[in-house]
Design a protein. Structure first.
Length: 221
């Protein structure tokens, strides 16, 4: 399976956000991961739909939008109109997650379900068929640069089994603490899309291309 790398702009230089998006696009990113935080569902605030809209003309890559907001439904249309391609939502703050996922598809976008490290996997059962992507958080959401939670690995394995048993083509993405050491583990567990903020934007390597290539190579090792 082809590995998809989705650099998270959370770790980029916000004073040069547009240039950072263009730079990772040109460096070979498959998607651009946009972390949207509201200071309510998570204890941090990032950007809203106007910023997504401003970035949209700068890259043709898939805009992989990760909403960490409550409530979800009020903002789905705004992010769809802003140019998001994938909109991932958390079930934890949303009593109508089934309807929210449907509404994302009804807007012509790909629907993602993001689950926290403490979210029971049973939550996904009635929702598999509605998901184009499942985003497994391998850190508690809110901040970049955190340590990968190893207990995520059996969770990824379980979700991979369910996706395959159901005969679905759902993208299985992992987010949080991904680097050259953890990437091969999550790939072995059955994920094939990797979000990486720190490991791309603050890798200490010579270029974003080198950072992305390093992840790609380590992931397929
Ligand atoms: O959703 C997120 C945090 O809530 C980010 O996508 C994630 O933390 C990526 O950052 P890093 O690769 O530095 O861990
Ligand atoms: Fe994220």
């Amino acid at each position: 399976m082809t590995v998809l790398i989705s650099p998270s702009i959370l770790a980029s230089d916000f004073s040069r956000l547009g240039d950072e998006v263009k730079a990772v696009d040109e460096a070979g990113a498959d998607m651009i991961h946009l972390d949207i935080m509201d200071g309510h569902f998570v204890p941090n605030i990032t950007v809203g739909p106007d910023v997504v809209k401003a970035l949209r003309p700068l890259s043709k890559k898939t805009f992989d939008t990760h909403l960490m907001i409550a409530p979800n439904p009020a903002y789905i249309e705004a992010f769809a109109e802003a140019g998001s391609d994938i909109i991932s939502v958390h079930p934890e703050p949303d009593p109508h997650i089934h309807r929210t996922l449907q509404s994302i598809r009804n807007l012509g976008k790909r629907a993602g379900l993001a689950i926290n490290p403490g979210t029971p996997l049973e939550v996904i059962e009635p929702l598999y068929e509605l998901c184009d992507l499942i985003l497994v958080m391998s850190v508690n959401p809110g901040f970049g640069g955190q340590k990968f939670i190893s207990a995520s690995l059996p969770r990824i394995e379980h979700i991979r089994r369910r996706i395959d048993d159901l005969g679905l083509q759902t993208i299985l993405e992992v987010d949080g603490g991904i680097n050259a050491e953890t990437a091969p583990k999550v790939l072995a567990a059955g994920a094939h899309a990797l979000v990486a903020g720190t490991a791309v934007f603050r890798s200490g390597l010579g270029s974003y291309r080198e950072a992305i290539d390093t992840l790609r190579v380590s992931a397929s090792a």
